[in-house]
Ligand binder design. Structure first.
Ligand SMILES: Nc1ncnc2c1ncn2[C@@H]1O[C@H](COP(=O)(O)OP(=O)(O)OP(=O)(O)O)[C@@H](O)[C@H]1O
Ligand SMILES: NC(=O)c1ccc[n+]([C@@H]2O[C@H](COP(=O)(O)O)[C@@H](O)[C@H]2O)c1
Length: 172
């Protein structure tokens, strides 16, 4: 039995993440999705709460024959203990999946096997691009799994990101 761990901010969960899960699902029996920067929400860069991201992921992964766990992981000011922090919050896992250079380095230094994946259609399948389209009222729905559209509709997510983007001077 192999359990994997895949962390991201998932702001929002999009088809690039879903393609990566598709690949991971062929390699593990169980998968932990780490909801990174779990305390962040209501900004252009991080509009959605941890709870909303859990809903997006849980509903999108129903299609897979895979046991999944979504675990919120708050950020720490100290990178040196971040892997221990992750391990304290997550079910045990044998392999971590990430394309983020810092995440890869921290796991490898802690002796955890890391697997990367190709970037799928990165011109469009990028959280920043999805959020820009949400703010500009352009087509973002085609970039995310159907259940994510439903969750964003149910939680008035477009109204939120458009409203915070008027006052939030930080980058998208
Ligand atoms: N299109 C993609 N194909 C494969 N992996 C991806 C893709 N987009 C993101 N990832 C990977 O998924 C993980 C989580 O990514 P993250 O939630 O930061 O999404 P992002 O699209 O990079 O978002 P943002 O633009 O908000 O930074 C990272 O390891 C990232 O490299
Ligand atoms: N010191 C820390 O808190 C620390 C270190 C490395 C990654 N992280 C988090 O892990 C997640 C990585 O996800 P992304 O690949 O989506 O950036 C982010 O939420 C990031 O903030 C946190």
């Amino acid at each position: 039995m192999t359990r994997g761990f895949y962390i991201g901010r998932f702001q929002p969960y999009h088809n690039g993440h879903h393609r990566m899960v598709d690949r991971i699902a062929s390699e593990v029996d169980e998968l932990v999705l780490g909801i990174g920067s779990a305390g962040d929400s209501h900004s252009r860069h991080d509009p959605f709460t941890a709870g909303e991201r859990i809903m997006m992921i849980t509903k999108s992964l129903v299609e897979y024959d895979l046991v999944t766990y979504a675990v919120p992981i708050e950020d720490l000011d100290r990178n040196s203990v971040w892997v221990s922090h992750v391990q304290s919050m997550s079910p045990d896992f044998e392999v971590a999946y990430s394309n983020n250079p810092l995440v890869i380095q921290l796991f490898e230094e802690a002796g955890v096997e890391v697997r990367q994946s190709p970037m799928f259609n990165r011109e469009e399948l990028e959280g920043t691009e999805v959020r820009e389209r949400m703010i500009e009222d352009e087509d973002w729905e085609s970039l995310v799994p159907g259940p994510v559209t439903d969750v964003i509709s149910e939680t008035d997510g477009i109204e939120r990101i458009q409203r915070v983007s008027e006052t939030d001077a930080n980058g998208i």
